[in-house]
Design a binder for this molecule. Structure first.
Ligand code: ZN
Length: 384
């Protein structure tokens, strides 16, 4: 690292540090530290051990003049929030961590999701004058496996921020609304017998088929509650995995399937879970022999920031892009819960993320750095 690196060079460094969610993110945090320390940013780290015994680190940094004591909770106008982990990459893609620049684009794992935005943050804090602004940098662990780091950090209230920009690839469009993400499992139990005598047992797969059809109807009902900001403009449902049975000639004793739904903001993210439970209860009332349970695994809310928010207006003006809604999940709802006006924003296109084509245009990286700097200045200025 040199102190005059361009944002693209910072990104090349970051991609070369593997940080899939299953590994520790310490090396990325240590790298970021080198950019924050020279301009007297105070770095607070919040390590934890994940369920596999791996160390993960959340980081909050702010200019030292904002804090009286080293362990004060920073209270800032603008937080730049970025996760440090990436999804895994296949063995036959060596360039994943040996990034290349081809035709003005940086290719590699995390290029757009979301080391590109992290590189922009580090290029912003390299500017000594930026530390005069009311700004914090928040780096989180374990986003790709359920926003684990953000939930932890924000649950412990390690930061007060009036506005937050959460980095994700949006092609520099301010994203002001996002769907939530929820997942649950249905387990159906039957009775195994020889398939020549099915009446002596009970097929868990056939019972699951009945329940799946009811859940399909819940999906149709959800589609009538419209939220026109989104495409598609309603809560979607998916049954993405199913398993059951042990042999072709045994009536199956068990069948399980996963139900995923992406709730639009403003609707209770538990609504679908409640409908599924009601369906199970109704089916069991009609047929007392049917045995099924439903357990939510994860229920994350969506978010929506009003168009009248100053942050939205400033980002629309600086990026020259109108605010939009997206269907993918982000850490934004947790910032929103803290009371921050929240926008998701960053260089690159989510359509390339999580693939072997993952890339980010260098020109978007450079524009993003300028936009973030101007945003920090204008939010501070407007507030005086
Ligand atoms: Zn991401």
């Amino acid at each position: 690292m040199s102190r005059s690196s361009s944002v693209a060079e910072i990104l090349l460094d970051l991609i070369a540090i593997p940080s899939v969610s299953s590994a520790s993110n310490r090396a990325v945090i240590d790298y970021a530290r080198q950019w924050l320390t020279p301009n007297e940013w105070v770095i607070q780290t919040f390590p934890y051990i994940d369920p596999n015994g791996i160390e993960k680190i959340n980081l909050v940094a702010s200019p030292s003049r904002l804090l009286q004591h080293q362990d004060d909770v920073p209270s800032v106008e603008l937080a730049l929030v970025c996760h440090t982990d990436t999804v895994p990459y296949p063995d036959n893609w060596p360039e994943a961590v040996h990034p290349k620049v081809i035709n003005g684009r940086v290719y590699g794992r995390g290029a757009c999701d979301v080391k590109g935005f992290l590189a922009c943050i580090l290029a912003v804090v390299e500017d000594p004058e930026i530390s005069e602004q009311s700004l914090a940098v928040v780096l989180t662990a374990d986003e790709e496996i359920g926003c684990v780091g953000a939930k932890r950090l924000l649950g412990e209230k390690r930061l007060n921020a009036r506005n937050a920009v959460v980095g994700e690839p949006t092609q520099l469009q301010p994203v002001v609304a996002g769907k939530g993400y929820a997942l649950g499992e249905v387990v159906v139990r039957g009775k195994a017998v020889h398939s020549a005598f099915p009446q002596a047992g009970r097929s868990a797969i056939l019972d699951a088929a009945t329940l799946i059809d009811s859940i399909r109807k819940i999906g149709l009902r959800a589609a009538t509650e419209r939220h026109e900001r989104f495409d598609p403009p309603f809560t979607t449902l998916n049954i993405g995995m199913i398993s059951g049975g042990t042999a072709k000639n045994i009536v199956p004793a068990e069948c399980r399937f996963l139900v995923e739904w992406r709730p639009v903001p403003g609707q209770s993210e538990r609504w679908i879970a409640d409908l599924i439970r009601e369906e199970l209860a109704r089916a069991q009332e009609e047929d007392p022999g049917l045995q099924a349970t439903f357990e939510p695994i994860r229920i994350d809310p969506g978010f929506e920031t009003g168009r009248q928010s100053k942050l939205v207006g400033e980002l629309e003006r600086l990026s020259r892009n109108a605010a939009v809604a997206v269907a993918f999940g982000t850490e934004a709802p947790y910032l929103k819960k803290l009371g921050a006006e929240t926008v998701v924003f960053g260089p690159g296109d989510m359509m390339t993320a999580h693939s072997v084509e993952e890339n980010v245009p260098v020109e978007e990286l450079e524009r993003c750095v300028e936009i973030l700097k101007r945003l920090a200045y204008s939010l501070a200025k407007n507030d005086k």
